[in-house]
Design a protein around this ligand. Structure first.
Ligand code: ZN
Length: 328
């Protein structure tokens, strides 16, 4: 998650936000799934703790490791240089599950594998990468109607994108140049921090105004957010409906005016700039966690039970997005 580059103005035509279903009801929890998430977060946040542009070798090693994990699942992995003239600027890691009936239509799931300087980034964003890897594993042997593309992005954080480009900017630009039909983009951006204390959840806009507009936003930070612009409303609705149907995650969705700057602060923003619909899946970053961009963003602060639920819910959402409905 990038930090604030602009002071947020808040506008208050906020879209509907609704709280969703219960966590954990009929779920089949698998200890091994949760352990895999834990192991992957530990690898990124401890072994590759310094995955930033002050330690380019570590950052690239982290990317190589993400690629190796995808390759071990049977994917063909491609590395995409963010700047072809300057390979030292780093690379994205890409794997695809090619669609069977509509391969030209792409559902893109991305997570940035870099971390802000001097923070281990367990939540930001080892959690998102671990979730992406677990999802990629679950889909690896079963192609869907549409193509599912997994991307580990580099250089998302402000400190790492200085003097270069964000990995997601490069990917979105190239996709647009190739005229690719990305029908949905999902940025997995901080999925692991939850707080059941009343009052633990803040927002980048005025709550009383939200209330006047009939929005009922929880003040307890125990949910996963599905966030986008007004223009992404249909995609937000589809993803949150699928996630709720899984009964594995407490989902709050929000379609907000594009001028709320806080909603741009991850890789999906570059897909918006390229003309695609995209959403961010997030624990809401510093509006909930006190460890945002701090050395204390460690694995011990994360809730792996809830994270596993979010992964289960996302699996349903991706499956639904990548499957043609009968009328399509
Ligand atoms: Zn960040």
């Amino acid at each position: 998650m990038r930090y604030w580059m602009y002071f947020t103005i808040t506008v208050l035509l906020l879209g509907g936000c609704t709280a969703g279903s219960q966590v954990g009801s009929q779920a089949q929890t698998s200890q091994s799934n949760r352990e895999r998430l834990y192991d992957d977060v530990r690898m990124l946040s401890e072994t590759f703790a310094q995955r930033n542009t002050n330690h380019r070798g570590v950052l690239n090693d982290a990317g190589t490791w993400v690629g190796d994990r995808l390759a071990s699942m049977g994917y063909v992995v491609n590395l995409e240089q963010v700047n072809k003239q300057k390979p030292e600027r780093g690379f994205n890691v890409i794997a695809e599950l090619r669609g069977t009936t509509r391969p030209e239509e792409i559902v893109l799931i991305g997570a940035h594998y870099d971390a802000e300087i001097d923070t281990p980034g367990a939540d930001d964003n080892a959690s998102g990468v671990a979730a992406m890897l677990e999802l990629a594993r679950r889909f690896a042997d079963a192609p869907m109607d549409r193509t599912v593309r997994w991307v580990g992005f580099t250089n998302e954080e402000n400190s790492n994108s200085k003097g270069g480009v964000m990995g997601s900017f490069a990917h979105a630009r190239e996709a647009k140049n190739r005229n690719e039909s990305i029908v949905a983009m999902m940025s997995l951006e901080m999925l692991g921090f939850y707080d059941e204390t009343p009052g633990s959840q803040q927002y980048p806009f005025d709550q009383s105004m939200a209330a006047r507009l009939g929005m009922d936003l929880p003040d307890t930070g125990d949910f996963i957010g599905v966030v986008g612009r007004f223009e992404d409303r249909r995609l937000i609705d589809a993803i949150s409906a699928s996630m709720r149907a899984s009964e594995r995650a407490n989902v709050v969705d929000a379609a907000l005016p594009a001028m709320v700057r806080a909603i741009w602060r991850s890789d999906h923003g570059n897909f918006w700039l390229a003309g695609y619909n995209a959403v961010m899946i997030t624990d809401t970053s510093e509006f909930r966690t006190p460890h945002y961009h701090m050395p204390s963003d460690t694995i011990e602060t994360l809730d792996f039970e809830r994270m596993e639920g979010v992964v289960d819910a996302l699996e349903v959402a991706i499956r639904d997005l990548a499957t043609l409905s009968p009328d399509e």
